[in-house]
Ligand binder design. Structure first.
Ligand code: G3H
Length: 478
């Protein structure tokens, strides 16, 4: 029957009292690869209770000691990169090299967070009262940043390790405790990552990791009165969570329909390279993937030709072979992508490559002459299918970009920097990249979406600040 991976509570690995497990299906073989515990609501209650208690003493632990433990965890994480990457290959079909990169990047993120935390949390403000009208200099105000309490972290399947530590490390350095609910696909990689924190020697109960079905413990976790902050990355579920969550700060990174605007004067080789990398890396399963190309008609033929030449070179196959295009995460995801492709077919989009699918593996596909009445013009496939819309003016491109419900990132290719900045100002997205594909990293850059793409801003510094509250003490002089 195979081993069922235990969940992490009170510094121990435990079996759930439910006696049930959740299967993790390998996207490539479509067979059960691993099993994790199906935790119960009582177990969630227990984890919350312990997290609350552990946080109190952790908040009193000197900042430099918290940083030291995080540095230790980062080093252990990097030492464990091979087995964790192996899980990413099996659970989410991430290409072998990218899987290793995810773990190494995560170690770096944890170390950077420790350093940044020491700097920004080691500083406060000092204000005097007589700068505000009517006041004498009789009040001194001291500010510092204090932790929020228990942080609930819910990362997505596409970065189960990196988008977990991007929540865990800022939470911990700021003096919070943390409860992690990993995605089912990627749960074993996440448990292994948690084990690295365990080995580093964090106090018992400070970090917990509960696994299980979203339908059983999802709402229970997000609506739990013990939670003081939710940091979530994922899809539509985030919108539902933000409607149900109580009066707690929310950090939400949700979907995107990142546009790539290509102007007439663009370096078309540079644009084509970035479109292929941005659109097809990890088979398009990134919130920051290029999800629609908006190209000026006069250069469209040349651009499409250059993109197609690069698409032809993409390798397609199993993640173990480090192929560029690997199976998408689930059968339902593949079916959804296929639905978008069929809709575009019925409405006469130009297929630059034949549509081909085997199981969850979908061959890379560029769809040219996409029009706004096609679903793929607006919806995110989260797969290796990229629509091209030909535009006759920059305004038309900006209009399409801003008509989207999403507003994560976007990019513009042009040699005219003034034009690029004007376009960036006009695009209603959290970030605009000039002459490069959208991307979250480097991980200390602010990362945020507007509209349905999210709430708040991430990036190491912003996450630390978001997971703290300002506390002031006012000294009143006689
Ligand atoms: O899927 C969403 C991630 O935050 C994107 O991160 O730009 O590093 O791939 P990335």
């Amino acid at each position: 029957d195979g081993e069922v991976y235990k969940y992490y509570c009170e510094g121990e690995w435990r079996k759930s009292a439910s006696g049930k497990s959740v299967a993790i299906i390998n996207p490539t073989t479509r067979k059960t690869q691993y099993k994790v515990q199906a935790c119960t609501q009582e177990e969630v209650n227990k984890v919350m209770e312990i997290a609350k208690a552990a946080q109190k003493s952790w908040a009193k632990t000197p900042l430099w000691k918290r940083a030291e433990l995080l540095h230790k965890a980062a080093a252990i994480l990097k030492e464990h990169k091979a087995p964790i990457a192996e899980c990413l290959v099996k659970e989410i079909a991430k290409p072998a090299k990218d899987a290793v990169t995810e773990v190494v990047r995560s170690g770096d993120l944890v170390s950077y967070t420790a350093e940044e935390g020491v700097r920004i949390l080691g500083e406060g403000k000092f204000l005097v009262s007589d700068s505000f009208p009517g006041n004498e200099r009789t009040k001194y105000c001291l500010t510092s940043k204090i932790p929020l309490g228990v942080i609930l972290a819910i990362p997505p399947f596409n970065y189960p390790v990196n988008l977990a530590v991007s929540k865990i490390a800022p939470a911990l350095i700021a003096g919070n405790s943390l409860v992690l609910k990993p995605p089912t696909q990627g749960a074993v990689a996440a448990l292994h990552m948690v084990h690295c924190f365990h080995l580093a020697g964090f106090p018992k109960g400070l970090i917990s990791c509960v696994t299980g079905k979203g339908s059983e413990i999802g709402d229970f976790l997000t609506m739990h009165p013990g939670v003081n902050c939710i940091s979530f990355t994922g899809g539509d579920t985030g919108v539902a969570i933000s409607k149900k969550a109580g009066m707690v700060p929310l950090q939400m990174e949700l979907g995107g329909k990142d546009a790539c605007i290509v102007l007439e004067d663009a370096d078309l080789d540079l644009a084509a390279g970035n479109i292929v990398k941005g659109g097809f890396s990890y088979s398009g399963q990134r919130c920051t993937a290029v999800k629609v190309v908006l190209v000026m008609e006069s250069v469209a033929d040349t651009l499409v030709e250059k993109v197609n030449a690069k698409v032809a070179k993409l390798t397609v196959g199993p993640p173990e072979d480090d192929c560029d295009i690997t199976p998408v995460v689930s059968e339902s995801s593949a079916n959804f992508i296929e639905g978008l492709v069929m809709d575009a077919k019925e409405k006469d989009a130009t297929f630059c490559q034949p549509y081909k699918r085997e199981g969850n593996l979908i061959w890379p596909l560029l769809l040219d002459n996409v029009r706004p009445d096609m679903r793929i013009a607006w919806e995110e496939p989260f797969g290796p299918v990229l629509p091209v819309i030909r535009i006759n003016s920059v305004e038309e491109g900006i209009h399409h970009c801003n008509a989207s419900n999403f507003g994560l990132q976007g990019c513009v290719f042009t040699k005219d920097i003034n034009k690029a900045i004007l376009i960036s100002d006009a695009m209603e997205t959290g970030t605009v990249q000039i002459n490069s594909a959208p991307a979250r990293g480097p991980d200390h850059f602010p990362f945020q979406g507007i509209k349905d793409s999210g709430i708040g801003s991430q990036g190491i510094t912003n996450s630390i600040n978001m997971m703290t509250k300002v506390k002031t003490t006012v000294i009143n002089l006689p």
